[in-house]
Write a protein that binds this ligand. Sequence first.
Ligand code: ADP
Ligand code: MG
Length: 617
Amino acid sequence: MAKIYKMSPHLADLIAAGEVVERPASVVKELVENSIDAGAQSVTVEIRRGGMSFIRVTDDGCGMSPEDAELAFLRHASSKLTDERGLEAIRTLGFRGEALAAIASVSNVTLVTRERGAESGVAVVLEGGEPHPAEPVGCSEGTVITVQDLFFNTPARLKFMKKDSSEGAAVTAAVVKAALSHPEVSVRYIKDDKEELHTPGDGVVSSAIYSIFGAQFFKSLLPAECEGEGVSVTGFVSAPAAAKGNRSSQYFFVNGRCIKSQMLTTAVEQAFKSSLFTGRFPACFIYIILKPSDVDVNVHPAKTEIKFLSESQVFSAVKNAAAAALAAEGMGSAELTSESTLKAAPKSDFWKTQDAETFRKASAPPPPRMRVREDATPYNAAPAPKPREPAPAPVYEEPRPSLFPEEKKVPEREAPAPQAPKIEEKPAAPADYKIIGEAFGCYIICQKGDELVFIDKHAAHERMLFDALRARESSVMPQTLLEPPAVELGAQDTALLLEHLPELAASGVEVEDFGGGALIVRTLPSGVAAGEVEAFLGELAEAIRQGRKPGSLGAADEVLATVACKAAIKAGKPSDPRELVPVAKAVMSGEVRYCPHGRPVSVVLPKSRLDKGIKRT
Ligand code: ADP
Ligand code: MG
């Protein structure tokens, strides 16, 4: 064993930076959270080159004194926690005192800040964490932090960075989460000199959702509410018809913090259980308010995962809120959890305008054993706008550019009728098997020698199409759309698809950037109906994501597999017997044995098994 040395603070910072500062999006998240903690009413985020070369966050918060401006970059320097009692009931987004130190250690940072009421401000410049002497400057009240050349001194980390467009998309996602977490703060986001997002900051959740995602999406939302002992749930779930091809539109907020939670995802999806097909996921914006001491936010360095003191209470409240939303629309099974303490909240006073200060007071630790009261919820009062009706008018005298502007909607008109892929009807060559029929609308039954073979018609056909696409002898004819629709997919999925245009084109999908997180769709493979375009593109983005994981087929093949799956004969209803002939042939000849993902497409039942079962022998 080598001798033990105590690490230099700089090395310790670099290591800590690995946990807190993973990519530009994490820098933006930390800086925006600091601005919100500082009581800002408006925060502007600017990035260039996906945030790799330039990030600037400007706020009108409380600012820092010259002394604090220098202290802020020391490790474990925080104004938010002074003793361990505070750790039990954290009210601020930050508290670990390591973000600024970590960010500064892996970039070049400039801080310009002026405390409220101070005569002038101060500028601090740090290079790779090394501070230059602070200098007085004239500036407005508040704080501007500029982060340049991220990871310039950590080449190992730099290598892990994705393309600028992917990093940029992750930043966008971080800004969207921050803006949704704090609708009382007006968040403006400028990416490569273009304004991508600007929330009104009026404290109304629905205003924030509307301004970020646009009217079309907003209209598909149902208000979801439930109030229980010590827990209050408000927010929205999407109507089942507007479900998505992946989970990227599921947002959960606990006491103003956007978090990931498998438990909460399950709660919402259980409520949708009977209303959605497999592979479709509800969108949701679920705001949970708990006593700060009922959650532990200190279980993850970036604080994106938390622990609930009472998981089952929170689970039931969220599930009930979602189920009640569906029930109110006459959808879903609406089997509410029968816990007596829970009730779907009355359509009351949840959505009031609130300023930042009131919000912060509201999320202060309530007195012991207190029920979460209406006035303790962050965005309470004005009646919940009913999303199916026109969006709340007063906020949008002049509609702001949104990531998903409504004008870019998919036309209602039917796209050219998607045709079922043609399977040629060649008479089967003298075969050594015969097709007995089809069972359950799913399995082709063939008899060959002493065996029955059950063929999954969808999986087998999917494989045939996949192979044909791969060999560029496409039997999935692309349909050219006469009026190419623009589809709002969201910044992340859009960026991902734009990065993979050649792979998409190989599958008969031609799209173009329309700006603002939307795509123009020029051609689509057959089998995709007009109403499915958005979901289909979402599935392609998901396929690409899958394709990047080890053990997958790779992005190009995952896209082909998705297209093949769409175009293949569907299981669940009986097919024209003539359609099944070539599929049976491909399998019985041994040409097709596994689906694109490696699952077998057939099982064999030997006659001897039947005989044995019937005790014939
Ligand atoms: P933490 O947020 O966990 O306290 P940080 O390293 O993120 O730790 O920030 C250190 C300290 O710097 C904060 O506690 C706060 O006092 C100060 N600070 C950081 N950003 C701002 C800002 N935008 N406005 C005012 N003060 C800030
Ligand atoms: Mg912080």
